[in-house]
Write a protein that binds this ligand. Structure first.
Ligand SMILES: CC(C)(COP(=O)(O)OP(=O)(O)OC[C@H]1O[C@@H](n2cnc3c(N)ncnc32)[C@H](O)[C@@H]1OP(=O)(O)O)[C@@H](O)C(=O)NCCC(=O)NCCS
Length: 191
């Protein structure tokens, strides 16, 4: 982050007034997927405004990295039953590779007690490298679809083209146990 050291940087939750900037960052950074993910999974814009609105309504909470009060990176978290998901991690293309994503991820993971799961495109090797550098590990191939179907709402086509990473790593039958715990959590009445 050397370039940023003399500039004011802050991480804080994004509010309603940030939504347009969140959307712009997601769609600018998602250009990385163009011509990389399967063509039938690409659409434009990558994240329509109504999809972002429905993600917010579904409990995704975004934190933003602000540089001199300008939003340059976003990362969402979503509590789903017995796990926390990192959702929609995007840094403005001209600010990537300077530690913004790392600082957001460390900030979000600091207070998470449950396993943290991340789903991403299997072909986005830069994204898996990024997460692996922060202690996440890819789940076994056979665990990807059951985890995605339990914790995410994504089309089957996307399930087939995705991987899941977890921190701490889900080894052995840990994914099965987590999924069983998720069904139990789904049946606990809200207090
Ligand atoms: C993936 C993404 C969120 C990571 O954010 P970022 O700010 O670029 O990440 P960081 O700078 O913290 O780390 C990325 C890389 O830069 C390196 N880096 C960190 N600080 C650096 C610095 N000061 N100077 C140069 N490189 C640096 C890291 O070592 C890391 O290297 P890696 O490629 O081996 O993983 C961002 O690149 C992005 O938006 N990509 C496109 C969309 C995407 O793939 N999103 C993921 C969805 S799951």
């Amino acid at each position: 982050m050397k370039q940023h050291e003399t500039r004011t940087a802050a991480i804080r939750p994004c509010g309603p007034s940030d939504v347009a900037d969140v959307l712009a960052i997601i769609n600018a950074a998602a250009e990385a997927y163009r011509y990389v993910i399967p063509p039938d999974c690409w659409h434009e814009p990558y994240m329509p405004a109504e999809d972002l609105a429905s993600e917010l309504a579904d409990g995704v909470v975004f934190n933003g990295f602000f540089l001199e009060d300008r939003l340059v990176g976003v990362m969402g978290v979503q509590r789903r039953r017995n796990a926390d998901l990192i959702r929609h991690a995007y840094v403005r293309p001209d600010c990537q590779g300077r530690g913004v994503g790392s600082r957001l991820l460390r900030h979000l993971c600091r207070d998470m007690g449950s396993p943290v799961l991340i789903g991403t495109w299997a072909v986005a090797d830069w994204a898996s490298r990024f997460y692996e550098g922060h202690g996440f590990a890819r789940v076994a191939d056979g665990d990807i679809a059951p985890l995605l179907r339990t914790y995410w709402t994504v089309p089957e086509r996307q399930v087939a083209a995705s991987i899941v990473l977890a921190c701490p790593p889900l080894n052995g039958c840990a994914a099965d146990l987590l999924i069983s715990g998720a069904s139990a959590a789904a049946h606990v009445p809200e207090s």
